[in-house]
Design a protein around this ligand. Structure first.
Ligand SMILES: C[S@@+](CC[C@H](N)C(=O)[O-])C[C@H]1O[C@@H](n2cnc3c(N)ncnc32)[C@H](O)[C@@H]1O
Length: 263
């Protein structure tokens, strides 16, 4: 599939394993883990769809949970296997979030979909990935779905870092010049959304939202400042972030958002 080619080429050369390692990357990791730990119970089974190199899957396996993982890109699967430590109860298979037919219905207590929705470009595909994640989750189980947020990325990658040209994006039809709403195609790699898009996507599912979280808040925008912080200041910054990451004020500023809902 041509769509997959773009994703495979990207992740073959991207250092996904170290994305969450710097202090600023820890903000997203620690926030996501904090919410998972709020809901996970001893003996729970976990599925991570689009596990990458397994940062979350391995962290949970090392806490003693049985974790199954699915990943599209062989390069990431190879790193995932290298990262597996003795004693982890963990499996990985190559697969696509759009078709989890290898997995039976209602098997998992905690289902993580932290990445595939970054790379699905139509509402039908996004809903199909969510439908599959919901199907394999037990009634009462909790699903974590992550998104890339357009305004946070435009402010940081566009206006701040100039890694992308906002003017070119408008010229090429990737951004609406009036509303600044984003549209992507597979060749653009990342699907950028706003909270209203996530709300619309979720309207058809009989699930209950538990939290909607600005998972990295301003961490990418402030990455140099956060990486300079000593341990005490970083601990204070994390306290600030945890106290504010569900505030509506932050939902457009964050680069990533986490939708947490119960089946
Ligand atoms: C940004 S990484 C996130 C990895 C990990 N879940 C995390 O949060 O650190 C996104 C991952 O999703 C994978 N992915 C993208 N589309 C997918 C799909 N349709 N099915 C399965 N995995 C997919 C990518 O190959 C990549 O490893």
């Amino acid at each position: 599939m041509e769509t997959n080619r773009y994703i495979i080429d990207f992740y073959n050369q991207y250092d996904e394993d170290n994305r969450l390692t710097p202090q600023h990357g820890q903000v997203e990791f620690l926030t996501t883990m904090r919410y998972i730990e709020r809901y996970i119970k001893p003996g729970d089974r976990v599925l991570e769809i689009g596990t990458g190199t397994g940062r979350y899957a391995h962290a949970l396996a090392r806490q003693g949970y049985a974790v199954d993982a699915v990943e599209l890109v062989q390069h990431n699967i190879d790193r995932f296997r290298q990262n597996t430590q003795p004693g982890e109860q963990i499996t990985i298979v190559q697969g696509n979030a759009l078709d989890l037919s290898a997995f039976a219905d209602e098997q998992y207590d905690i289902t993580l979909l932290l990445g595939p929705l970054y790379h699905l470009y139509s509402q039908d595909d996004q809903r199909q990935a969510l439908r599959e994640a919901i199907r394999v989750t037990r009634p009462g189980g909790v699903i974590f779905a992550a998104y890339v947020i357009s305004d946070g990325c435009l402010i940081d990658e566009g206006f701040n870092r100039e890694n992308i040209s906002v003017a070119d994006y408008i010229r090429d039809g990737l951004l609406d010049g009036q509303t600044f709403a984003a549209t992507s195609q597979p060749k653009d790699l990342f699907e950028l959304v706003r909270k209203e898009d996530v709300d619309r996507l979720m309207e058809v599912f009989p699930t209950t939202r538990l939290h909607y979280v600005a998972s990295d808040g301003c961490a990418l925008l402030l990455r140099e400042a956060i990486d300079r912080m000593d341990a005490q200041t970083f601990a204070l910054y994390l306290n600030y972030h945890f106290a504010t990451c569900e505030r509506p004020d932050f939902m457009g500023l964050t680069s990533h958002a986490l939708d947490i809902f119960r089946k």
